[in-house]
Ligand binder design. Structure first.
Ligand SMILES: [Zn+2]
Length: 444
């Protein structure tokens, strides 16, 4: 089963808008109060926090019991999500003198933001979906209210026969107030089959994603959009008026929506490719790339550009779509994937030098020439393959590498060809050899 949320537009009569806004405000106030307590008492356990905050929050906000319970969940969930994405604390509060080790010792939670009255979480007691009339029942501070939904065939198909038990009611931030409900539904997934093929995905900035099948999605357009908005933002920010702040918020939404749309598109195509090739998908694990990159001296523009990378979103989108289609997704260590020759697995012998130069890759050992990103994607695919076919032994086996997808015909490599002789060869299982130097995996 894979949980996805179905976004449905809700038709709200004008007289009910005030009631909704009051409930949204109450929910945001509750979240902020709870967050205060959680930070002060350093309590991040749902049950313990419930005992501390339930009564005072209900009294001061006038919310329903289940609204308060959901507010507690929202605060805890938010803190956890932040911690998951930024495991070693916020990048904003780093001081240059701090070493990585010191920061690891004292992880910080970056939960400094305020909750705004834009959405409320609902559960089975505060929400109901009625399929016959395509309406939703939502409990507000004034009691249960029914809303008609304005949805199309896509949503109706996903909601058919469902008895959803949770949802989020949202208010859009645009000029005209629109209300939406995101209904969580479980949809059945195809069984994940074993597959001898892997599609590797190399993530980058010039090209957002390149697959080992040779497909790539240019990042030029999104980069231009970002650069443009960033200029406009810098311009507005210097004005510091209320209307300029409003404009900022609207712009940020537009940029984010474009990004999201793009990532949905790319992920859909990657999953479609994998499905039609009966292949698994391998990604680089770039969890901490931002922090390690920010430690290097770079220009302000460069810093902004890398911090806008939306790899995580692309991976999450691909992961849930792949899950529904029954396609395994594996993460591999990103070290050396762009510098290693995907044919003979050599890295440039001189430290600091690489066979890669810009868009092209030319191996100095075997003479293999290819697009640099596709070469990296091929390496990722090969690394992913070792996970998919034999999770117990890390490394790449000679025989398997040669079968690797990618449509690039390659000679079978048996360990007696020159390309394998001068590398440390480690036997791993029957008739299989590790081609990558052991340091390859330690560095990851
Ligand atoms: Zn080579």
């Amino acid at each position: 089963m894979q949980t996805i949320s179905v976004k449905c537009k809700v038709i709200v009569p004008i007289e009910l808008q005030v009631e909704i806004d009051r409930t949204l405000q109450g929910f945001a106030d509750a979240c902020n109060q709870i967050l205060e307590v959680a930070k002060r008492e350093k309590c991040w356990n749902t049950t313990k926090l419930h005992h501390k905050v339930y009564k005072p929050v209900r009294e001061s906000t006038g919310l329903k019991a289940n609204h308060v319970c959901q507010a507690i969940r929202r605060v805890i969930g938010n803190a956890k999500a932040v911690k998951q994405i930024h495991p070693s604390g916020s990048t904003l509060c780093q001081t240059p003198s701090e070493t990585l080790r010191e920061r690891r010792k004292a992880p910080r939670r970056q939960v400094s933001h305020k909750f705004r009255p834009t959405s409320i979480s609902l559960d089975v007691r505060t929400f109901q979906y009625i399929e016959e009339s395509q309406t939703v029942g939502v409990t507000l501070m004034c009691g249960r209210v029914k809303f008609k939904m304005s949805i199309g065939g896509y949503q109706i198909a996903l909601l058919r026969g469902q008895k959803p038990t949770s949802a989020t009611f949202c208010k859009s931030r645009g000029k005209v107030c629109d209300y939406y409900i995101n209904i969580c539904v479980d949809i059945p997934t195809d069984p994940t089959g074993k597959t001898p093929r892997v599609i590797g995905v190399d993530l980058g900035r010039r090209d957002i994603a390149t697959t080992s099948t040779g497909k790539s999605w240019s990042g030029g357009k999104i980069q231009n959009t970002r650069d443009r908005y960033s200029k406009v933002r810098a311009n507005i920010q210097s004005k510091r008026t209320r209307s300029s702040r409003r404009l900022m918020r609207r712009l940020s939404g537009r940029e984010q929506r474009f990004q999201k749309w793009l990532n949905h598109n790319i992920s859909k195509q990657i999953v479609f490719d994998a499905k039609s090739n009966n292949a698994a998908i391998a990604f680089e694990d770039l969890t901490n790339i931002r922090e390690s990159l920010n430690q290097k001296p770079r220009s302000k523009t460069e810093r902004r550009r890398t911090n806008n990378w939306a790899f995580y979103q692309l991976r999450i989108f691909t992961q849930y779509k792949a899950n529904i289609a029954g396609i395994p997704v594996v993460l591999v260590a990103p070290a050396y994937t762009s510098q290693t020759c995907s044919r003979c697995h050599h890295v440039h012998p001189v430290k600091g030098k690489s066979y890669r130069s810009g868009k092209s890759f030319k191996c100095g050992h075997c003479g293999f020439e290819h697009d640099a990103d596709i070469n990296a994607a091929l390496n990722i695919a090969a690394l992913g393959l070792s996970f998919v076919s034999q999770p117990e032994s890390p490394g790449i086996s000679c025989q398997l590498v040669s079968h690797c997808v990618a449509g690039v015909p390659r000679k079978l490599c048996h360990g007696d060809t020159p390309c394998c002789q001068d590398l440390p060869v480690v036997a791993s299982g029957e008739g299989q050899l590790n081609l990558f130097p052991t340091s390859f995996f330690e560095l990851g």
